[in-house]
Structure formats: C-alpha cells, structure tokens
Ligand binder design. Structure first.
Ligand SMILES: [Ca+2]
Ligand SMILES: [Ca+2]
Length: 87
C-alpha cells in the first residue's frame, strides 16, 4: 500500500466524504490519459509508476485484475473509488 493510499483509506474510515470523492475523480481523470472514461492496463501502469509504488509488471497485473471487478479489462470510476475506499 502506498502512503497516498493509506491517507485515502484513513480519510474514508468514517465514510467517503465529498472531498475524497473529488480527489479520486481528479486522480481518475489524470490516469485516464486518452479520456475515454476508463483506465486500461497501460494507463494503470503509468498511474502506479507516477505514484512510485515500485510494483513489478506481474504485481501490476494482479492489482489491475483486483480492481477490475467486472472483468471487462478496464477500470471505471466506480471500480476505482471502490478500490481506494475498500477496507
Ligand atoms: Ca483511458
Ligand atoms: Ca471494469
């Protein structure tokens, strides 16, 4: 878990507030570099590299599949928010 993710999780301990949602939307929009409303694997990899998570490609793939709960190969905003806020 990254420091940033820990902060998000701490902030969400008492429920997702508007501020957190706004931040997540911004993070999502930044990661969605082709702006199609979904984060694909390449965009996800770039996001994690940007966060300096230091994950291997295999770890990235595992993480991606964990987040992509409907298994359509892309992460939508709902899945992204669930990932950050899930305990
Ligand atoms: Ca995209
Ligand atoms: Ca998905």
């Amino acid at each position: 878990m990254t420091e940033r993710q820990s902060a998000h999780r701490a902030a969400s301990a008492s429920g997702i507030d508007a501020e957190l949602k706004r931040e997540l939307k911004e993070d999502f929009a930044q990661a969605d570099s082709d702006q199609d409303g979904r984060i694909n694997f390449a965009e996800f990899g770039a996001l994690l590299v940007g966060l300096e998570a230091g994950m291997s490609e295999q770890e990235l793939r595992i993480g991606f599949h964990e987040i992509d709960t409907d298994r359509d190969g892309r992460i939508d905003l709902r899945e992204f928010v669930a990932w950050w806020t899930e305990q």
